[in-house]
Ligand binder design. Structure first.
Ligand code: G4P
Length: 535
């Protein structure tokens, strides 16, 4: 092969540079602080605090976000694109409240890797674990950042043990902490054999990097006191003995997590974290689709919608579809086929999420996220292509864990209520089900907070007063059968428990887990699914 032929073309280089990732964590572990510092390190924002300040302004604009403000949480997700070194990073924010919604899960379908932030004093908390399980389903590789080392923390070895045991992962520390809390002196870089310490006079900021031959190097003895140095030598010998060396393939396969210790607040090890994601995290991955998988280097544009946010401006019924590009080079004004309807749509006003300057980007590549304004055409799971009839797989609806009957306070507003429920279902705030028998709607949510969001938004945006009453069902399952006759018999025999979802798919509503198990035993030819792929 000639040398010229071996050179990558522009699109290939652009794809190879991209790192599309999300931060997964439990509330309060430091995700917001870390995001700010990552953006700062990437040169994307100039003032720390911008992420929060921007959030506050956005919150002030919209009524329903009262809930977020009151509860001190952020429900909306967003995309931040920034460049650092030779990489373009797309950081997708996952809402971090305890009762998280399907949005959170779906955002993870649009990333190629994740950073898991753990509070050094608390270890792995429930939300982190849930999000981790979603990552594992898709083999999303994870870099771990153990945050708040500047506070009293648990023993570092104990933390590694917990990650390895709870999450069944191999762990490889890349940075090893020296001390903790008031005595946090810095970290030893196990990959490059160097010492990273805070400035002597001012423990608040990262100070110097000292190159060395190994942990017992004399140059370290000049910075650390004898006791600190002896412990460091002992720790590193032990850690190198018990932890496997870093293995890129194991990490990218989701079996091993590299671990960094640091402090987001003090901007310690944040640059190293970004460098780790840049160096090791995978570039845009091949996306599962039917009838064939899509590789990011393909020239034709393809992608899918993983999130729809309606009514960003309450005065207009506008929506933004968040579109993950899976292949090709996307340009402003481009005509794409909306595969579900077969119609062509011209994308005149795409939103590029460059944190520095939104207006600049004119094109985007595999791994990038583009916001597409529309009036309800685009739904979660929809594919856009340059003509090929593709369907991206693995973008699920989750069986709701809470079901409620919707009660309308003013019957004259029934149409508005239906519209509101449909819109919000499209956005993924809730799911709606129409029972086969009886009037009214049943809404299903994965977390209780979604109900509050739903009620507040229906009131604020659609001026409909509705309340939610207990429904006699505990859970729901999508039902399918290879044999249409069997399906009909099942539906006829269970009329009182049957409903249809928004796309007319049959759903079995179970009164409790016992009745679900019973139905599954009685009807072995019917498949009961806890997730339903968006069609
Ligand atoms: P979240 O988005 O994951 O919910 O966490 P967030 O960044 O808001 O951080 C939660 C709290 O932890 C904040 O304190 C933040 O300042 C603190 N924090 C984050 N990283 C570190 C760290 O490395 N070291 C220390 N010591 N604290 C850290 P807060 O008092 O709740 O909020 P704020 O008033 O400081 O904003």
């Amino acid at each position: 092969m000639s040398q010229a032929a071996a050179l990558p073309v522009r699109g290939e280089t652009a794809v190879a540079k991209r790192r599309t990732f999300a931060i997964i964590s439990h509330p309060d572990a430091g995700k917001t602080t870390l995001t700010e510092k990552l953006l700062l390190n990437g040169g994307a924002i100039h003032l720390a605090g911008d992420v929060k300040a921007r959030g506050e302004r956005r919150r002030a604009r919209s009524d329903w976000m009262e809930i977020e403000r009151k509860r001190g949480i952020s429900v909306t997700t967003s995309v931040m694109t920034f460049e650092a070194g030779e990489h373009v990073f797309n950081l997708l924010d996952t809402p971090g409240h305890e009762d998280f919604s399907e949005d959170t899960y779906r955002t993870l379908t649009a990333v190629d890797s994740a950073v898991m932030v753990i509070d050094a004093a608390k270890g792995i908390e429930p939300q982190t674990r849930k999000l981790f399980e979603v990552c594992r389903l898709r083999d999303v590789p994870i870099v771990t950042f153990i945050n708040k080392m500047d506070r009293e923390a648990r023993e570092s070895l104990e933390m590694l043990d917990e990650i390895a045991e709870t999450l069944a992962l191999d762990v490889t520390p890349l940075l090893w902490p020296i001390g903790m809390g008031r005595n946090f002196r810095g970290c030893y870089d196990l990959v490059n054999d160097r010492l990273m310490v805070f400035a002597e006079a001012d423990r608040k900021r990262f100070g110097a990097v000292i190159a060395c031959e190994g942990p017992d190097d004399d140059r370290i003895g000049q910075v650390l006191d004898t006791e600190e140095h002896a412990k460091l030598v002992e720790d590193i010998e032990f850690v190198r003995g018990v932890c496997p060396p870093f293995d890129l393939e194991a990490y990218r396969g989701g079996h091993l997590t590299p671990v960094l210790f640091g402090s987001a607040l003090r901007d310690f090890a944040v640059t190293e974290l970004l460098a780790t994601v840049g160096a090791y995290a995978p570039p845009p991955r091949t996306q599962p689709a039917e009838p064939r998988a899509v590789t990011p280097e393909e020239p034709a544009v393809t992608g899918f919608v993983f999130k729809v946010q309606a009514n960003m401006d309450p005065k207009h019924r506008d929506r933004i579809a968040f579109f993950r590009i899976c292949s090709g080079r996307f340009e402003r004004g481009m005509k794409l086929t909306h595969v579900r309807s077969g119609k062509t749509m011209a994308v005149h006003n795409p939103i590029f999420f460059f944190a520095q300057d939104r207006g600049l980007a004119e094109d985007a590549y595999a791994g990038d996220i583009v916001g597409i304004p529309n009036h309800g055409t685009l739904r979660v799971g929809d594919a856009l292509t340059e003509g090929e009839a593709l369907r991206f797989t693995g973008i699920p609806n989750f069986a709701p864990e809470i079901l409620r009957r919707v009660r309308l306070l003013d019957p004259m507003r029934a149409k508005h209520l239906r519209r509101a429920l449909e819109d919000l279902a499209e956005e993924g705030v809730t799911q709606m089900f129409k029972p086969l028998i009886g009037a009214g709607w049943i809404v299903g949510v994965v977390g209780a907070l979604q109900l509050d969001v739903l009620a507040a938004r229906i009131a604020a945006e659609y001026e409909v007063e509705a309340s939610f009453e207990a429904a006699p069902y505990e859970t729901a399952r999508w039902v399918t059968a290879a044999d249409a006759g069997e399906m009909k018999r099942f539906i006829d025999s269970n009329q009182g428990s049957m409903a249809e979802d928004r796309d007319d798919n049959p759903v079995f509503m179970a009164r409790n887990s016992w009745s679900l198990t019973r139905a599954m035993q009685d009807w072995p030819k019917i498949t009961f699914s806890a997730t339903c792929e968006r069609s």
